[in-house]
Design a protein around this ligand. Structure first.
Ligand SMILES: CC(C)(COP(=O)(O)OP(=O)(O)OC[C@H]1O[C@@H](n2cnc3c(N)ncnc32)[C@H](O)[C@@H]1OP(=O)(O)O)[C@@H](O)C(=O)NCCC(=O)NCCS
Length: 155
C-alpha cells in the first residue's frame, strides 16, 4: 500500500519525535517507503481529535503493519509526545485490529522490547506474551534488551 507523499510526511514527522533515540527503534524514510510499497504492508494515521486526519491536518500518530496469511504483525505504533495520555494510542490500536479483521486476519502479533511502557496499552487491548528472544535488540550505546512477542486472537 504505497502512501501518498503527504501521508509519508505525516508518518515521518511523528517518527522524528515519538521514539527515544537510545533504543534505535525509529525507521528512516527509505525503510518506511520500502515497506509500504509491499501489498501486504498497511498503515493508518490518527488526528489529534481521534479521527482520520483531514487533508493538510496534522497527524498525532500512526501505525504500520504487515499481513502474513491469517496473521498481522504490528510493526510500529507511535503517538507524538504532545498528544499522549489521552487515549489516542488505544484508539489507534483498535483501528489496527479492526482493519486487520476486515482483511480476514484471525491473530495479531507484535514484538516489544522488555520494559517498554507500551506493554500496558497492549495488555489492555488483550495482547498476551507468547515468546521471548533474549538480547534481541541492541541499544545505541550497545546494551542488549530482550524482545517479547505478544499475540491477540481476533474473530
Ligand atoms: C505507546 C504509545 C503509542 C501510547 O500512546 P498514548 O496515546 O499515550 O496511549 P493511551 O493514551 O491510549 O494510553 C493507553 C494506556 O497505556 C498506558 N501507557 C501508554 N504509554 C505509556 C507510557 N509511556 N507510560 C506509562 N503508561 C503508558 C496509559 O497509561 C493507558 O493506560 P490507562 O488507560 O490505564 O491510563 C506512545 O507512548 C508512544 O508513541 N511511545 C513511543 C513509541 C513506542 O514505544 N511505540 C511502541 C513500540 S513500536
Amino acid at each position: 500500500m504505497t502512501p501518498p507523499g503527504d501521508d509519508l510526511d505525516q508518518i515521518m514527522a511523528v517518527m522524528a519525535t515519538a521514539f527515544d533515540p537510545a533504543y534505535g527503534e525509529a525507521w528512516n524514510r527509505r525503510q518506511v517507503e520500502d515497506a509500504l510499497v509491499l501489498s501486504n504492508c498497511h498503515y493508518g494515521l490518527i488526528a489529534p481529535h481521534g479521527g482520520e486526519p483531514e487533508p493538510a491536518e496534522e497527524a498525532a500518530g500512526f501505525f504500520m503493519s504487515r499481513t502474513a496469511f491469517d496473521e498481522e504483525e504490528l510493526l510500529l505504533i507511535a503517538i507524538a509526545p504532545q498528544y499522549r495520555g489521552r487515549g489516542l494510542g488505544q484508539t489507534l490500536l483498535a483501528r489496527f485490529a479492526g482493519a486487520a479483521r476486515q482483511r480476514g486476519v484471525t491473530r495479531l502479533l507484535l514484538e516489544m522490547r522488555r520494559g517498554n511502557p507500551a506493554e500496558r496499552l497492549y495488555r489492555q487491548a488483550g495482547f498476551l506474551p507468547v515468546g521471548e528472544r533474549p538480547n534481541y535488540y541492541r541499544m545505541t550505546h550497545g546494551e542488549r534488551i530482550d524482545a517479547i512477542t505478544f499475540a491477540c486472537a481476533i474473530d
